[in-house]
Design a protein around this ligand. Structure first.
Ligand SMILES: NC(=O)c1ccc[n+]([C@@H]2O[C@H](COP(=O)([O-])OP(=O)(O)OC[C@H]3O[C@@H](n4cnc5c(N)ncnc54)[C@H](O)[C@@H]3O)[C@@H](O)[C@H]2O)c1
Length: 312
């Protein structure tokens, strides 16, 4: 794996984070955006990330709880190292390029990370145009949370060099990178992507066959579903359901604390996707009603200061 030029397509919540972490790790990094308007929306996101990285490094000098894996190895943390890393943050910010020009972005790209909106048509249209602008060497990955690479491989001219690389939100401190192939992905490109993920201080997790939800969400979604069903059916209180989990497994958070972090609006939207949610007498219908009641009160989770728990 000898990548130098990395292009992130899309500068939304995740695209901006992936690009900033990649630039911080020393790669020539470009964010490709489809319009001048998107550039205007992405610039403040990148500026905010710069500030988060600087603040985190400053806090890490004295507070071990501030440690973020993506910034440096734990054993390397010293006040001097944090100061030196702040210079890296400034350099990354200064060097990070934003463009709407396809050729400028992709003509010499070694690795393209597609992080455009989670809409199949948008992604298909992006890949169709992309193949006109990428050299043979370019490996392409998708950060899609819910779609599979096999859905899009035929929109690229290189299915063997196409796979998924899925990040978690707030990647500097939640450093999982799920690398998932489809059945036509070349082994070399799979391993190169694993190596690339490690090189930007992510922890690569290999997903050896296509799986909707990758590793994490394949476990997390049914787990949260089960907890919501217990509460909505009145089997146990939110607190006791969480305690059943944390006390017996030693996990730091139970399902309802996790739901508060995910955000109740996301949980509600997922619930609504189930057709059974339309019938209020079903478990799904009761779960949706439970979530909606809280959302209507503005209790949407940690970000709102209140969800199932109070964070004020
Ligand atoms: N938000 C998360 O927590 C999260 C976590 C992991 C993966 N993802 C995945 O990352 C991808 C992006 O998600 P996000 O949360 O950053 O979304 P977002 O809505 O914040 O950003 C989407 C980006 O795509 C651009 N875009 C929209 N339509 C486009 C089109 N037709 N052509 C080109 N660009 C277009 C937007 O301008 C924006 O820059 C999705 O595939 C999502 O599943 C998101």
């Amino acid at each position: 794996m000898e990548y130098k030029n990395i292009v992130v397509a899309g500068g939304g919540v995740l695209g901006s984070q992936i690009a900033f972490q990649t630039a911080y790790s020393g790669y020539n990094t470009t964010i490709w955006l489809r319009s001048e308007g998107s550039i205007g929306r992405t610039e403040p996101k990148v500026a905010r990330l710069k500030q988060i990285y600087l603040n985190t490094l400053e806090a890490m000098k004295t507070d071990p709880r501030a440690y973020a894996y993506g910034l440096m190895a734990k054993e390397d943390v010293t006040p001097e190292a944090c100061e030196a890393a702040k210079a890296k943050v400034e350099a990354a910010y200064a060097k990070l390029k934003l463009t709407t020009d396809w050729d400028e972005a992709f003509n010499d790209a070694d690795f393209v990370i597609e992080s455009v909106a989670e809409a199949p048509d948008a992604k298909a249209a992006f890949y169709t145009e992309l193949q006109k602008h990428t050299p043979e060497k370019t490996v392409i990955v998708t950060n899609s949370s819910t779609m599979l690479p096999s859905q899009f491989r035929d929109f690229t001219d290189r299915p063997e060099k196409y796979l998924a690389l899925h990040f978690a939100n707030e990647i500097w401190k939640n450093p999982t990178a799920e690398v998932m192939k489809h059945d036509g992905t070349g082994e070399k490109y799979f391993e190169d992507t694993v190596a690339f993920a490690a090189s930007i201080r992510m922890i690569p997790l290999k997903v050896l066959k296509e799986q909707p939800g990758y590793l994490l969400n394949s476990m997390l979604v049914p787990f949260l579903d089960a907890a919501e069903a217990l509460a909505a059916n009145g089997v146990g209180s939110v607190e006791d359901i969480d305690r059943a989990w944390t006390i017996s497994t030693g996990a730091p958070a139970g399902p309802f604390r996790i739901l508060d972090i995910v955000g109740l609006t996301t949980a509600y939207n997922i619930c609504l996707m189930d057709p059974r949610s339309k019938d209020p007498s079903t478990t799904k219908g009761k779960v949706c009603a439970m979530l909606k009641e809280k959302i209507d009160r503005g209790e949407t989770g940690v970000n709102a200061g209140k969800g199932f728990y109070d964070y004020a």
